[in-house]
Design a protein around this ligand. Structure first.
Ligand code: PLP
Length: 416
């Protein structure tokens, strides 16, 4: 099926306003189906969940648990393996704290050079507990170098945590192969799915022990995210938060925790978030993840062509659009910098040969092309690439080729 992004756009009320939104890697826009589902929940079903036995509360609990089941089905997992969290960041931080008790001084964690701060800082935190963090190198095009990855495994590497898709390079990592190597090494394998679950067909497999992703990047509301964990591992992990509704029984001497996932959801959960995320999953399923992937690849093909043909652009990541997900990060060389910054607020310093990415983004923004600039929460990666940040165009099911063309045209207007 060819995707009709024009009719899809009609489902997104925000596009009444006239702009080109190329920042879906930061957060996606929301269709009215998601907004309505949240409204319907509050208008007809709201009560606290898992606590009370009157009918309204039972209905609310049922809706909350149905949402969990829908999210679980979406990735091929079981309901009890899905813990609702705030976002990917919270899920990865939870793991860092919960897994601390399983790690010892001298143990090692292997991640890659391309990680987002959310899959970097929680592991670096453990260095103060005597655990060493190692980095798999990248090849020239920004793929994880599998030979280097393999050579860095070893008996001390107890945990491997990798992003599935890089939010800077767009690289789709071969997590099947990398996960297999991690498991052969008997390491816990964690996947940061923040940029993949919204964009690619995905099924959980046996090599993945934990997976984190965010609802707001996949058409759902902000404030809801998911930690998937293999049930046996979740059973074995201590809760990070303590409080209401996560215990079977408490006395002043003894606590008996609930089973997962409830044991990890202390306090009143984000029920509206779960409902909204479930509606987002329904929306994505209706369009079809294969269709979304191929639509984004078409836009990616065009973006790469345009980047290649613009002599002022230096872009990062694989040159083959099939190896990438729906984004491109780049810098723009300047022909006439002084003229460009006249009238712009940020007037950031020019770094070497490039126009500062904030200046480019502000210029584009003035033309209603909305794109991210800066480090994209991956500062070490940009330093590794030898550049001081970049501009990122990231697209989704509601964007079309014309918008990509228009965005690159606007870049051309900078270098006149
Ligand atoms: C690869 C990657 N990991 C983690 C995150 C963090 O996501 P959140 O801010 O929703 O926690 C992001 C967000 O941009 C990301 O791109």
């Amino acid at each position: 099926m060819n995707m009709d992004s024009e009719s899809i756009r009609k489902d997104f009320p925000i596009f009444k306003r006239n702009f080109i939104y190329l920042d879906s890697a930061a957060t996606s826009q929301k269709p009215y189906q998601v907004i309505e589902a949240i409204k319907d929940y509050y208008e007809n079903y709201n009560a606290n969940v898992h606590r009370s036995i009157y009918s309204l509360a039972n209905e609310a609990t049922e809706i909350y648990e149905k949402s969990r089941k829908n999210v679980a089905d979406f990735i091929g997992a079981k309901s009890e393996e899905i813990v609702f969290m705030r976002n990917t960041t919270e899920a990865l931080n939870f793991l860092s704290y919960a897994l601390q008790s399983k790690l010892q001084k001298g143990n090692e964690i292997l991640i890659s050079r391309m990680e987002h701060h959310s899959n970097l800082l929680p592991w670096l935190r453990l260095e103060s507990h005597g655990i060493k963090v190692k980095f798999a190198e990248l090849d020239k095009e920004g793929n994880i170098d599998e030979e280097d990855f393999k050579s860095k495994l070893g008996k001390n590497v107890k945990l491997v945590s990798l992003t599935h898709v890089s939010n800077v390079l767009g690289t789709v990592n071969n997590i099947e192969e990398l996960g297999k190597m991690a498991k052969e090494n008997e390491s816990i394998f964690v996947v940061d799915g923040a940029q993949s679950i919204p964009h690619l067909p995905f099924r959980i497999n046996d090599n993945i022990d934990f997976l984190a992703f965010s609802g707001h990047k996949m058409l759902g509301p902000m404030g809801i995210g998911v930690l998937y964990g293999k049930y046996s591992l979740l059973e074995d992990l201590p809760p990070f938060m303590q409080g209401g509704e996560m215990v079977k029984s408490v006395s002043l001497e003894r606590i008996i925790y609930e089973d997962p996932p409830v044991k990890f959801e202390a306090g009143t959960p984000n029920v509206e978030g779960a409902v909204g995320l479930s509606a987002a999953v329904d929306y994505l399923k209706r369009i079809g993840m294969e269709n979304i992937r191929s639509h984004e690849q078409n836009l990616g093909k065009k973006a790469l062509e345009l980047a290649e043909s613009n002599k002022f652009i230096e872009y990062y990541g694989p040159k083959d659009f099939k190896k990438r997900s729906g984004l491109i990060s780049f810098n723009l060389k300047s022909k006439n910098y002084d003229k460009i910054i006249q009238g712009l607020r940020s007037k950031s310093i020019i770094t070497g040969k490039f126009i500062h990415s904030h200046d480019v983004a502000e210029f584009l923004g003035n033309k209603s092309v909305f794109a991210r600039s800066g480090y994209h929460c991956a500062e070490p990666l940009f330093k590794y690439l030898g550049v001081n940040g970049g501009i990122r165009f990231s697209w989704y099911l509601y964007n079309d080729v014309k918008e990509i063309e228009r965005a690159f045209e606007s870049l051309g207007e900078l270098n006149v």
